[in-house]
Design a protein around this ligand. Structure first.
Ligand code: ADP
Ligand code: ASP
Ligand code: MG
Length: 398
């Protein structure tokens, strides 16, 4: 019997009514002759009693930062509650199900608490449960390290759990159920005219996810791609066909842009070379920042100036590092990095010009740009994001 993975996100399991819709999808998979392995997120979003952010809000910031092992243990409760409740409700609908923690599902990770990486998978328990004709309901986002401590795979990591299991069980398909009809050309909360993308390649969806499109975790895409298991993003609350993600993507479409996304809370840093001093610190600043685990992007190096962006979470560490090195620097805050993605844009003239014209039409100042074979980035002020994405969307995707 073919195995399929069905992962339900927080909003898909947030209420009894929604869980009942999720169970309809599980029931349909069984009726269609598949053996489903279910992965669940914690129930609901911030503010709801068992949501990950709610559990995290029970701890002080300092405690969380200094005790990542403890922080992982408290958030794991969210997915554990969700999997047991789901099993109860499956039973009420006549489906025998067994709840499993990430460790019980055989997901062994390293000990990088709050952002652990997979070391090995051993789905022995899952296979036994499937052989008994039951449905395993695995806690998403979760693993166990070699000492038996619970770990998590990074925020949004239930998608990653789904891909880990999909690959190790050689599933026919990994289905990611959420609250929208699929991967869309832009976040529908920002662009009213955003449309569902029927087919898209792993590479393009990875780029969109990595650059901020929340609907799927980039690690989940990377893993499914390595295992060559098709991914499908679907809506728990509708019968829409969803977005199919595979190696080829949409071979028929002539669209060279597939989607637009963004990352907010970026800082733009400009470091100036000193005209009369010792420039050792200036020379090695990228190494120094890397040694402090500060990740940079949109890096531009000029003879007397280095410009790059960093995430605002690194603000304090960045400033103390630059001060330590005695550097002259300026920081511009509250910026966002827009990413325009499409694997067929390579070699097409005028794409950057069209983007810049669209932004100029809305009087949006572009602070920096960069491009690769399938993405163009523009750095702008945070409060212009909606206007910027809508105007670029109009040019390429409407
Ligand atoms: P889940 O709880 O199911 O994991 P998430 O909140 O992680 O759901 O992701 C779903 C949300 O992602 C949607 O509600 C949507 O607003 C947002 N989103 C951002 N960019 C996109 C996009 N390009 N396509 C679809 N949804 C997107
Ligand atoms: N509950 C976790 C989070 O909110 C994992 C997930 O939902 O994917 O990050
Ligand atoms: Mg998610």
């Amino acid at each position: 019997m073919d195995i399929i993975i069905q992962k339900f996100g927080g909003t898909s399991v947030s209420s009894k009514e929604r869980r009942s819709m999720a169970i309809n999808k599980i029931k349909k998979a069984i009726d269609d002759g598949f053996a489903p392995v279910v992965v669940v997120s914690a129930m609901g979003r911030k503010g709801e009693p068992y949501a990950t952010d709610t559990l995290l809000s029970l701890l002080d910031e300092d405690f969380k930062n200094e005790n990542k092992l403890a922080s992982d243990l408290i958030v794991c409760c969210g997915e554990i509650i969700s999997s047991v409740v789901m099993c109860n409700e499956l039973k009420n609908r006549g489906i025998e199900a067994v709840p499993l923690t990430g460790g019980q599902a055989g997901i062994l990770t390293d000990s990088s608490y709050t952002s652990a990486s997979l070391i090995h998978t051993n789905p022995k328990n899952i296979k036994e449960i499937l052989n008994e004709g039951k449905v395993p309901v695995v806690t998403g986002f979760q693993g166990v390290d070699s000492n038996g401590f619970l770990t998590t795979l990074g925020r949004g990591g239930s998608d990653t759990s789904a891909s880990i299991l999909g690959v190790s069980l050689n599933a026919k398909e990994i289905q990611i159920y959420t609250d929208v009809d699929g991967m869309m050309t832009a976040d529908p909360r920002i662009v009213e005219k955003a449309e569902v993308i029927d087919k898209i390649s792993y590479n393009e969806v990875f780029q969109l996810a990595d650059q901020g499109a929340k609907v799927i975790h980039p690690k989940a895409v990377e893993m499914a791609m390595k295992g060559n298991i098709p991914l499908v993003i679907k809506n728990t609350m509708s019968d829409a066909v969803g977005t199919v993600i595979d190696v080829m993507g949409n071979t028929e479409s002539k669209n060279y842009i597939v989607g637009i996304t963004y990352q907010d809370n970026r800082l733009q840093v400009t470091i100036n070379k000193s005209s009369n001093g010792n420039n050792e610190g200036y020379k090695h600043i990228l190494d120094t920042l890397a040694n402090n685990n500060i990740s940079l992007d949109l890096i531009n190096i000029f003879p007397n100036e280095k410009i790059f962006t960093v995430d605002a979470v690194d603000r304090e560490l960045l400033i103390s590092t630059l001060k330590n090195e005695g550097l002259n620097f300026e920081i511009r805050e509250k910026l966002s990095k827009i990413a325009v993605v499409g694997s067929k844009m390579k070699g097409i003239p005028g794409v950057m010009a069209k983007i810049l014209n669209a932004l100029d039409k809305e009087n949006i100042e572009v602070l920096q740009t960069a491009d690769s074979h399938m993405t163009i980035w523009c750095l702008i002020e945070d409060d212009k994001v909606a206007k910027a994405i809508n105007s670029i969307h109009k040019v390429f995707l409407e």
